[in-house]
Design a binder for this molecule. Sequence first.
Ligand SMILES: [Zn+2]
Length: 77
Amino acid sequence: MADIEYWVYVDVPTKRILLHKSTCGACRGGTGMHGHQQPGVCWWQGPFTSRRDAWRYAESEGNRRGRAPRACGLCRP
Ligand SMILES: [Zn+2]
């Protein structure tokens, strides 16, 4: 099995930015959760091979949107 990868989900309307592992049930390698993606509104960003890189992206989005990113409570990345 490949190493764990990381994905960030960004939802602009709710200002929700969540870091996940690719194996998370809500993520599923960037195809899970909410079931929809809309450019500029909500999307998965990834995969990132390091948690630090993923978190850096999450923080940059968080700074832009005035909301701190969070780590998923299910997969605890
Ligand atoms: Zn997760």
